[in-house]
Design a protein around this ligand. Structure first.
Ligand code: NI
Ligand code: MN
Length: 226
């Protein structure tokens, strides 16, 4: 499946002809100036939690594309009040089977207030299972023992893990997570956008490599096939 990085925590993954967009935060990101949100196609928009740096462009993209929003119940209701009714709410441990595959909402250790101060429910991550492969999108989270369950009960091929430290796990904890969930290919996320989360790319990549895990830190706008 083709995976495109749009900066910060925003990725687009194409599975079985469906375009799934995660955590759209592009127009307020000065590092993503070259990306025009009006050119991004989406059939589904998955939102891990309510923070501005994960939802900023969701409303515009959902309205233009008519994509289905998938998030926790509270975030789905918040967008519903903006007239965006094409949505599917989940809560932790729950999953939904869609035409491209199965989406499960899993635990994250973080916080989740929405940009206007509304309650954003509890933050999560996603496990996606399809006949083109299985992956885990961590969202913003600390390293947590719950991740061991993902490795035990899901056959994951790769993962998108936060590596920026300060607000989420850093790359050392992310490498432990990768080991626990049983993947040897990781795309890093939540790094470099703000001074608090700037990382040393070669140190992060070398740390993962020392554990026989390939960490890729994509350029904004770059697409890879996984
Ligand atoms: Ni956050
Ligand atoms: Mn964040």
């Amino acid at each position: 499946m083709n995976v495109t990085f749009y900066g910060h925590s925003c990725f687009s993954v194409e599975i079985n002809g469906s375009k799934i967009l995660f955590d759209p935060f592009i127009s307020p990101n000065p590092k993503a100036d070259d990306i025009n949100i009006d050119n991004i196609e989406a059939d589904y928009v998955l939102v891990s939690h309510g923070h501005e740096d994960h939802v900023a462009d969701a409303e515009a993209i959902l309205k233009r594309t008519g994509a289905t929003l998938i998030s926790n119940y509270e975030i789905v209701c918040w967008f519903g009040e903006k007239g965006l009714k094409n949505a599917h709410p989940l809560n932790h441990g729950g999953s939904v089977t869609l035409p491209f595959g199965k989406v499960k909402f899993v635990n994250a250790v973080h916080s989740s207030v929405l940009p206007d101060g509304s309650y954003g429910g509890n933050p999560g991550g996603f496990v996606i299972e399809s006949d083109e492969g299985n992956f885990y999108f961590s969202g913003d989270t600390a390293l947590t023992y719950d991740m061991k369950l993902l490795g035990e009960f899901h056959k994951l091929d790769w993962a998108v893990l936060c590596v920026g430290d300060n607000f989420t796990m850093g790359y050392e904890d992310a490498a432990i997570c990768a080991n626990w969930i049983g993947v040897n290919k990781v795309l890093g996320t939540h790094f470099d956008t703000f001074p608090y989360i700037e990382i040393d790319h070669s140190a992060a990549i070398e740390h993962f490599a020392s554990k026989s895990i390939e960490l890729t830190l994509l350029q904004i706008g770059q697409t890879v096939s996984l």
